[in-house]
Design a protein. Structure first.
Length: 435
């Protein structure tokens, strides 16, 4: 019983001493309009007294609900960099920020803080994280250039977000047009400096006390993404080369061999032109195949060279049959050159690309349909001319000789108009990212 009373008294004294300490704290007394019990007090205290990024007014109030101006934001940002520069003896250059008496929105705040974060991490030689590219925000679209800044500050818990809806309908709301107050700025600035100090102590290569040296920024800001995920990214350049080898089968002509291969190069990026705002991809492919052609005068074994050029516009598709994917619309030009029955044609492309979970791995699935209007250029094949083509592939990330690659299956079914005849290309491919 005495032991229990003693413990209770000790706890009461501890609570009382903490309360008295807070009440007697010079910081608590110095800021009249911010309660020491409020959630933002500790961060405002750091901003004012520890980092000295902001100050209180002569009447010892902070006026946290007052809107800040662009000049205020520029000044706080510059002081934060000077604080870090002085503490770690590393020269830092402040990103340019417009100074004026205009108020600042949350989108503008995020832009400045993200630029500062990237600048300091580059100087400290700290790699930036790989960020989610899709948007889960109700009021921010996937292609909004501000999304990468929001994702970066969200990743390091520097900004606060609101949510709307419940269960599966739950979404983040960024509220980018909202005006930033002094409390908002103080909290965000303190979190930014806190995070940079933590990152520096954990990952920074340059230690305090060492004479400043010029640090070259990394070649790329982001570590290379795996090819499956990178293939689904929007709004950023992509370049790949692919090589494949496999089988060509055409029952009607007796073709069934493994004398086929192809090489292709692909490039894609964002396209903003007139009323078009999407991504695009260009793919050039050269194929070599050996086929048995049936003609009016008999059949012959030929070596065929084939050239394909695809140009597709790419649009994001949400929840396509339960998967998130991309819609591809475009044009194909193909030329099949051989000594007996050469042909060429132009086709309309329509297809989809999506990430499919299969066998415990992420698989990139692509399928698109090429419709040839009318018929291909006339040739002498008794099996007919190409009318439609169905392309499909399934690939996954692998590492060979310490090189990240995508490996998978690439197939094509070419439908001919001479009855039920079809030609099948079945290839195993390897793909390498050039950027």
């Amino acid at each position: 019983m005495r032991k229990e009373i003693a413990v209770s008294v000790a706890l009461m004294l501890a609570v009382l001493s903490i309360g008295l300490a807070n009440a007697a704290s010079p910081e608590a007394k110095a800021i009249k309009d911010v309660s020491a019990k409020s959630a933002s007090f500790a961060l405002i205290k750091k901003t004012v007294f520890d980092y000295k990024l902001m100050s209180i007014f002569p009447d010892k109030t902070f006026k946290g609900s007052k809107a800040i101006t662009r000049s205020d934001l520029s000044a706080v940002n510059s002081r934060a960099l000077k604080y870090l520069e002085k503490k770690y003896s590393i020269p830092l250059t402040a990103p340019s920020a417009e100074a004026s008496k205009k108020t600042v929105s949350r989108l503008e705040l995020v832009s400045v803080l993200a630029k500062t974060l990237r600048t300091v991490m580059s100087k400290y030689e700290i790699a930036l994280p790989t960020l989610e590219t899709k948007s889960s925000f109700k009021d921010i679209k996937a292609k909004d250039p501000a999304l990468s800044n929001i994702r970066l500050l969200q990743y390091y818990k520097i900004i606060d977000l609101k949510t709307t809806g419940k269960g599966k309908k739950k979404q983040f709301v960024f509220d980018g047009k909202k005006t930033v107050t002094r409390s908002d700025l103080a909290v965000a600035a303190a979190k930014l400096v806190d995070k940079l100090e933590i990152l520096y102590k954990k990952y920074g290569r340059i230690k305090p006390g060492v004479p400043p040296i010029e640090v070259k920024p990394p070649v790329t800001q982001y570590p290379p993404a795996k090819l499956v995920e990178k293939s689904m990214e929007l709004g950023r350049p992509q370049a790949f080369v692919t090589g494949a080898w496999g089988n060509i089968y055409e029952r009607a002509s007796g073709t069934n061999n493994w004398l086929g291969f192809f090489g292709s190069a692909q490039y894609g990026n964002r396209l903003k032109f007139w009323k078009i705002d999407s991504d695009y991809e260009l793919r050039g492919k050269y194929s070599y195949n050996q086929l048995a052609y049936i003609t009016q005068n008999g059949s012959g074994l030929v070596n065929e060279n084939r050239f394909d050029l695809d140009a597709n516009l790419i649009y994001p598709v949400v929840n396509f049959r339960g998967f998130e994917g991309k819609l591809l619309l475009g044009l194909k030009y193909a030329m099949l050159s051989n000594p007996i029955a050469s042909t060429n044609f132009t086709a309309l492309n329509a297809g989809v690309a999506t990430i499919v979970p299969l066998f415990g791995r992420k698989m990139l699935g692509r399928a698109f349909y090429s419709l040839i209007p009318g018929t291909a250029a006339k040739n002498s094949s008794a099996l007919g001319l190409p009318t439609t083509i169905l392309n499909y592939e399934l690939g996954t990330d692998v590492t060979l000789f310490n090189t990240p690659l995508m490996m998978g299956y690439s197939g094509e079914t070419m439908f001919l108009n001479g009855g039920v005849y079809s030609r099948f290309y079945n290839m195993v491919f390897l793909r390498y990212s050039l950027n």
